[in-house]
Design a protein around this ligand. Structure first.
Ligand code: GLU
Length: 464
């Protein structure tokens, strides 16, 4: 049997970090078993579904590297099939037409609430002769669900969960306007797509019991279910905007790498010993649902940022340059070929110090600037009259030096000694002059990356 999973987002908003984790788990589970990972866009709520939201989902999954094995299935395209299944259930006596008017249903609900009962449909058309149907009322189709016994779910994460059939009413599978309900559509699609494992958020657990009733009515084999806990904020409340970023797009904009985000999301609520830093192939090799805990996980932005820093240090320099340049251009910098070369040259040092692409970009911006540089207050403070005079003398020395690591280092040390200063007392004002800030990779590397002409130009600009 081929293991087949799916990610089934509703395109009514953004791709939430919780959704991304659900997608990741489905992806890893399928890959671990050599199976298939599919994508289904659940666009049946036409009023709320938008093409932009679909695009956000597709782009987000693409960015995270969670590629489906087939083009996405759009749920609305299967509507005729959903209707067909409902009609079949009707023909087999496993569903019935319900002619209740909206007013009747409202009255039923109000009465139940007044009597402190859960608002359930009372099954009044279950066994009634359709000949008694009122004129002009379009019927909905309801499942004739069993009233005795219980639904037993052996959930791969939650364990055994039972619900009595008596606690569930006869759900609508086809509305009176002829459109299928969401619960019904999901079952038909999962069956037709040959889904073997439904891995989704535990907010869907109650839906599952109803969906199982449909599987049973059709005599379809049920998939295995795994309901994974949702992601909460540090305070234990469901993760929302007030905790920080929630949409995948936001994390991307804030400068997180997709592999870091996936790594973090996997480690959130899934354990495998102490392993923290896991690349995709290790994730695939190790992932099983056994490691998924039942408790809600708490989003820890600081931990994610730390992990991102680790991934950043491992990332390819040219790729990082691409990201940095894109961000610089977006924020109004012009990045010419010289700046491109400088950024790449200094990347090994820059990426050691940054935790996000935003930080990396900020630390690289000086390489794309022209004199006169803007100075941070702390850098400005270092450039005293005395320091500027010293930099003037240093300019003279550096003019005669070949710009590569060891020669520069020797020249700076020699200069410091001649001046009776510590190396740092030379390097700090020099760094301020070269970068406009007090932080940069090693001074030798910074000088080499800027190149001789540009370095001298920047020094001259403060000594003048
Ligand atoms: N479309 C549902 C959602 O976005 C998921 C349904 C499912 O996974 O069965 O929450």
């Amino acid at each position: 049997m081929t293991i087949r999973t799916r990610f089934a987002p509703s395109p009514t908003g953004l791709l939430h970090i919780g959704g991304a984790r659900t997608a990741l788990f489905n992806y890893l589970f399928a890959r671990h078993h050599g199976g298939e990972f599919l994508l289904r866009i659940e666009d049946t709520d036409r009023a709320r579904s938008t093409q932009e939201a679909v695009q956000v989902i597709l782009d987000g999954l693409d960015w995270l590297g969670l590629h489906a094995d087939a083009p996405p299935v759009y749920q609305t395209k299967n509507e005729a099939r959903h209707v067909e299944v409902a009609i079949q259930l009707l023909a087999e006596g496993k569903a019935y037409r319900c002619y209740c008017t909206p007013e009747e249903l409202t009255a039923m609900r109000e009465q139940a609430m007044a009597e402190k009962r859960p608002p359930r449909y009372d099954g009044r058309w279950r066994d009634r002769d359709p000949a008694e149907a009122p004129a002009g009322v379009k019927p909905a189709i309801r499942l004739k669900a069993p009233r005795e016994g219980e639904v037993v779910l052996n959930d791969l994460v939650q364990g055994e969960v039972r619900v009595k059939n008596a606690e569930m009413d006869d759900m609508i599978i086809l509305r009176s306007d002829g459109t299928p309900t969401y619960l019904h559509a999901v079952v038909c699609d999962d069956h037709d797509m040959g889904i073997t494992h439904v891995i989704r958020g535990d907010d869907h657990l109650t839906n599952t019991f109803r969906q199982i009733q449909i599987y049973d009515a059709m005599g379809w084999e049920k998939p295995q279910f795994a309901h994974i806990p949702l992601i909460h904020g540090a305070d234990g409340a469901k993760l929302s905007k007030r905790h920080g970023a929630v949409s995948i797009l936001e994390f991307r904009e804030q400068g997180f790498l997709p592999e870091a985000l996936c790594n973090y999301l996997l480690r959130l609520g899934w354990g495998h010993g102490d392993a923290e830093f896991l690349a995709r192939d290790e994730q695939i090799a190790l992932f099983t649902l056994d490691g998924v805990g039942r408790a809600a996980s708490r989003m820890d932005y600081a931990k994610l940022t730390h992990l991102n820093g680790m991934w950043l240090r491992q990332a390819d320099d040219e790729r990082l340059r691409g990201e940095v340049v894109e961000r610089l251009v977006k924020s109004g910098h012009t990045v010419g070929t010289e700046a491109m070369a400088r950024i790449l040259a200094l990347m090994p040092g820059l990426k050691e110090r940054a935790k996000t692409l935003e930080e990396l970009t900020a630390s690289a911006a000086f390489l794309a600037r022209e004199v006169p540089l803007p100075f941070e207050p702390k850098a400005e403070a270092l450039l005293t009259l005395e320091a500027r005079e010293m930099l003037g003398r240093l300019h003279g020395v550096l003019t005669g030096v070949a710009f590569e690591g060891t020669a520069i280092d020797a020249a700076l040390r020699g200069f410091a000694e001649a001046e009776g200063r510590k190396l740092g007392q030379v390097a700090q004002p020099l760094r301020a002059a070269l970068t406009g800030s007090t932080m940069s990779p090693g001074i030798d590397a910074t000088l080499v990356a800027l190149g001789k002409d540009e370095s001298l130009k920047r020094i001259a600009a403060v000594t003048a």
